[in-house]
Design a protein. Structure first.
Length: 202
């Protein structure tokens, strides 16, 4: 029974990935399914980011971000539609941005971009009130920036935030943060950005 069960789970995960590829997005699998609900095999099939290796340190960052997620300051904004000029900036530190994604007319779902300009080089944690993540692009070149890892926020650490994505960014470089959603409930959410680690100059 066990081999059959594992096969069925793998087949289901593969089917989801193929279905999403047909819709034009393989990252939607990562975004919609909480990592805690997936087995290791399922995670590999769905292309999930690896879990962050130092959750204790990241938990401290989350605890600080949680204060802003719950108490503010808050700033509401609507992300720029894909292909439109990106005018919304989310660079103000220690701020909870309540973002709304516009309907994406080019493909099914909601999608949008905001601008982020770090004033220091280092690792940044992008903390969200939803399980869906984000993709990061260099605004000047359009190249996608690698995301290092993902942290599923425990409810006992913070009830207002669910996911943290960590990426290594350079100071004074503008980045576009791109968010997508195939479900209406994920098209509005909170974003808090916190520095997770400095680059130490030698």
């Amino acid at each position: 029974m066990k081999p059959q069960s594992l096969f069925q789970k793998s087949l289901l995960a593969t089917s989801v990935a193929l279905l999403l590829t047909g819709c034009g997005s393989t990252t939607a699998a990562e975004e919609e399914v909480p990592a805690a609900e997936l087995s290791t095999d399922d995670s590999a099939l769905l292309g999930l980011l690896p879990s962050c290796e130092e959750p204790e340190e990241l938990a401290e960052v989350v605890e600080h971000a949680c204060i802003h997620a719950e108490l503010g300051p808050f700033e509401a904004a609507t992300a720029a539609a894909l292909g439109a000029p990106v005018l919304v900036d989310v660079s103000t530190p220690h701020t909870a941005y309540n973002l709304t994604l516009p309907w994406n007319t080019n493909s099914w779902g909601w999608a949008g971009r905001v601008s982020f300009l770090p004033d220091e080089s280092g690792e940044f944690a992008f903390l969200l009130s939803r399980h869906r993540g984000l993709r990061i692009y260099d605004a000047a070149t359009g190249l996608e920036v690698a995301r290092e890892c993902r942290y599923q926020v425990p409810t006992d650490v913070c009830g207002a935030l669910k996911t943290a994505i960590v990426a290594d960014l350079e100071a004074d470089t503008e980045y576009y943060l791109e968010f997508r959603s195939v479900l209406s409930r994920n098209s509005t959410f909170s974003l808090v950005i916190e520095e997770a680690a400095h680059h130490h100059e030698e």
